[in-house]
Write a protein that binds this ligand. Structure first.
Ligand code: FNR
Length: 340
């Protein structure tokens, strides 16, 4: 296996370990809906079909970015893509860098011919290779949109990671200007706050996936793979770097209400999805929760999707929300230390 492939295989194995999930969670347990014991609706009438990128999808959540689908990622991607196709939920690919660099076939459209599929490249690869890379990422999988991931802390911890981020914002802006599909910018688990979100909005970005702290901890994963004692001591100060998903969402939504936010980072069930929607997200994404089922079968991923959907349905029923527009107005309990 090449270096990138070895790294990706390590990431998959390590992401499954609970020790690399944020110990405190993403803060969802600090947010509670006011229970509504008089829902005045029927469970079967709860609806959460959603609009995403001008298409109707079955639910306001998607399979988060994990693998570009080469080497051991191929089987994982097949199971995820077939489930996305069957259930009509969007699927975000992981970084396509290895596949594009090595000219490997990417088969996602064989398994998900009509699902919403999002391509994925790293911001620093985009900075180096420009629009050409972005176009190849999109064309190679007929992507409905391109996701550009921002992962500066992860790059710092990787021994050969990119340290020069000078022209990343310009590269993103150029891509948003010229690419013929929407560009979505995401973090990978440390989140991004109002200042960065405003810069991205000014650069022409309309969709942001916040990927806040609280789920898969990339600092912890990279630290366990790399480094001399000195490097590990430096990096260990940043193990809890970032902002919790539930803190970021209301902050960025208030700062940039016209932007479309994808709530992610530590989203683990349908109740968490309901909280993200209530806090301003139009869509949500779960990555790590789909990894274990994807290692088993397409049916296992479909089963996981249906459990998450049922949890969302219950959360909506228990708040008396027949539609997502009702859920967006559902009353939250405020705990003492919460700023929302
Ligand atoms: C990821 N993630 C990710 N993101 C990205 O934009 N490109 C990528 O290649 C990958 N690769 C990847 C591999 C694995 C195994 C996991 C679990 C995750 C990050 C992911 O999309 C997400 O932003 C974070 O993991 C936080 O979400 P969860 O895992 O807490 O739901």
């Amino acid at each position: 296996m090449t270096d990138i492939s070895t790294r990706k295989a390590d990431h998959i194995a390590l992401a499954l370990q609970s020790s690399h999930q944020a110990s405190q969670g993403a803060g969802f347990d600090r947010i509670r809906f006011e229970p509504n014991p008089l829902p005045q609706i029927s469970l079967q009438d709860v609806e959460f079909n959603s609009d995403f990128l001008d298409r109707r999808v079955a639910a306001p959540f998607m399979i988060g970015a994990m693998t570009g689908g080469c080497d051991n990622g191929e089987m994982i991607n097949q199971h995820l893509a077939e489930a996305a196709q069957t259930c009509n939920i969007p699927m975000s690919l992981g970084s396509q860098r290895a596949a594009l660099e090595r000219g490997l076939p990417q088969n996602v459209r064989r398994w998900a011919p009509s699902a919403i599929v999002l391509g994925n490249v790293g911001a620093t690869q985009l900075q180096q290779h420009g629009l050409d890379l972005a176009k190849r990422a999109v064309d190679s999988v007929e992507a409905n949109a391109l996701v550009i991931h921002l992962n500066p802390l992860q790059e710092l911890i990787q021994p050969d990671g990119d340290r020069d981020w000078n022209k990343v914002l310009e590269a993103i802006q150029h891509c948003a200007d010229k690419l013929n599909v929407p560009v979505i910018v995401k973090e990978v688990g440390a989140g991004m706050g109002p200042n960065s979100v405003k810069k991205l909005m000014d650069a022409g970005i309309k969709w942001i996936e916040i990927a806040g702290r609280g789920g898969t901890n990339w600092a912890s994963i990279e630290l366990s793979r790399n480094g001399s004692e000195r490097e590990r001591e430096i990096a260990s100060a940043f193990l809890e770097w970032g902002m919790d998903t539930v803190e970021i969402l209301p902050a960025v939504h208030a700062a940039c209400p016209s932007l479309n936010f994808i709530g992610s980072g530590g989203v683990r069930n349908g109740l968490h999805i309901a909280i993200c929607i209530r806090l301003g997200a139009k869509m949500t994404a779960l990555a790590q929760p789909f990894l274990a089922p994807a290692l088993i079968s397409t049916e296992a991923v479909i089963e996981k999707i249906s459990i998450v959907e049922e949890q969302l349905r219950w959360a909506m029923f228990l708040t008396g929300s027949q539609k997502l527009s009702d859920l967006r107005k559902a009353t939250l309990q405020k705990s003492f230390n919460q700023r929302i």
